[in-house]
Design a protein around this ligand. Structure first.
Ligand code: AMP
Ligand code: MG
Length: 407
């Protein structure tokens, strides 16, 4: 059996970034991956600005003992000031340009306005309440490197340097289908022996969160011909074909022979729980199905709802992000205290559904079966428990929050 780390390394080693780019309005680029560095054409802030409502002054004037200054000008934000005359103060507001000559701002709470000017109650240090030109961003610096995934705050940063459009990697095109004659769509009556196709909802949501362009082929019957036909149809216009179910070795599992017939396939037994079987390969493209037309990547996930969810998070997510050219594809884990005991370790690397309690420790969902989807909603992350490791209450474990895995 492959270790989780080896399986991930092999998968990422095979992922070739798709490369195609498009230019989008910055407002429309949320969650996309930058294809080129964003370089700032200006300093931010572009001038020295006041961080407070108050008075701009020259500290040297106060050092000479004067605490009362006449007010020589009024500077609202967005207006260009005159140089500050020596021995005077300028009324100034947050975000306004500090006048040449001034070297500090006194917040208005530490002043008293008088008929003839302003009394400074507290003498400021040089630089006080002034945000220096370029304090946030220096002109010509790379503010967002290629490979960055655009969070809301990254879009704000790009906009702060006046960037109206961004060059991003095109969306990764993913075809997805589901195997199993027992699967029924919600809205249909459930016949004897049938279950609802919950994975369709989970996996589509996961792919959408990653910014993929998803084609959903729905439920494909448990037959070799139907599976092969869907693979052929999907390969042409997609970067990745993702399937769910049918990758075990039962007689009703047609995904393996279908992919072998239409391309190539490696079946991995990964020493993880939930999960274990994962299929990785490629499906040939094009009418004559020759090498020259290229291939679509193929990943076959196990059908058990928790297994497909966890294997998606740990393997498909970083693979898709790598296809999209993202630099950071590994989730950041936390070291947290286990507030439970699990007396027996498992031969495999377990990914236990757990959640953070009010005391900052971790509680474990009582049923860790790979068929119990409830655990994935109750939990807010996975404990990455190494093989053969029992957990004692109080020990520190590796916890990967879902916030690091879902987007
Ligand atoms: P399989 O990997 O096809 O052997 O399926 C393993 C288990 O997962 C079986 O109990 C299936 O009924 C169940 N399963 C497979 N696909 C889905 C799905 N799309 N939604 C919910 N359960 C599924
Ligand atoms: Mg099946």
């Amino acid at each position: 059996m492959l270790s989780t780390a080896d399986a991930l390394a092999t998968l990422l080693g095979a992922a070739r970034p798709i490369g195609g780019t498009e230019t989008l309005a910055t407002l429309d680029a949320l969650n996309r991956v930058l294809a080129a560095d964003v370089v700032s054409p200006l300093d931010v802030p572009p001038m020295h600005t006041s961080a407070m409502d108050g008075y701009a002054i020259r500290t040297a004037d106060l050092a000479q003992g004067g605490r009362h200054l006449p007010v020589s000008q009024r500077i609202p934000a967005g207006h260009a000031p005159q140089p500050l005359a020596a021995g005077t103060a300028a009324r100034i507001f947050t975000g306004a340009t500090v006048p040449p000559g001034a070297d500090a701002v006194v917040m208005q709470e530490q002043t008293e306005a008088t008929d003839s000017g302003v009394t400074i109650v507290h003498a400021p240090k040089a630089g006080e309440w002034i945000t220096a030109q370029g304090a946030d961003i220096r002109r010509d610096s790379v503010i967002l490197p290629a490979g960055t995934r655009l969070t809301p705050q990254a879009l704000g940063l790009a906009a702060s340097v006046g960037c109206a459009a961004l060059t991003v990697v095109r969306r990764v095109k993913v075809a997805v289908f589901f195997t199993g004659d027992e699967l029924t769509m919600p809205g249909e009556p459930l016949k004897p022996g049938a279950i609802y196709n919950s994975n369709r909802f989970t996996l589509r949501g996961l792919l959408q969160n990653l910014g993929c362009d998803v084609t959903d082929f729905g439920i494909v019957p448990d037959s070799l011909d139907a599976t092969r036909a869907t693979l052929r149809e999907a390969a042409g216009a997609h970067d990745l074909i993702l399937t769910c179910g049918g990758v075990s070795v039962g007689e009703e599992d047609h995904v393996k022979p279908a992919v072998e017939a239409e391309g190539r396939l490696s079946m991995w037994q990964i020493a993880m729980k939930p999960g274990k079987p994962l299929a990785f390969g490629a499906v040939r493209r094009g009418a004559d199905r020759s090498e020259a037309d290229g291939e679509a990547f193929f990943i076959g996930l196990p059908g058990n709802p928790v297994s497909s969810f966890v294997t998606f998070l740990l393997f498909v997510r970083p693979f898709v992000l790598r296809l999209a050219g993202a630099t950071h594809v590994s989730p950041r884990a936390l070291s947290l205290r286990a507030d439970f005991t699990q007396p027996k370790g498992d031969r495999r690397n377990e990914f236990l559904r757990a959640r953070v309690n009010a005391a900052g420790g971790l509680d474990l969902f009582p049923n860790q079966s790979s068929a119990v989807l409830t655990s994935t909603v109750w939990g807010d992350g996975l404990i990455d428990n190494p093989p053969n490791h029992a957990i004692t209450a109080g020990e520190t474990v590796r916890f990967i929050p879902f916030t690091e895995l879902l987007y």
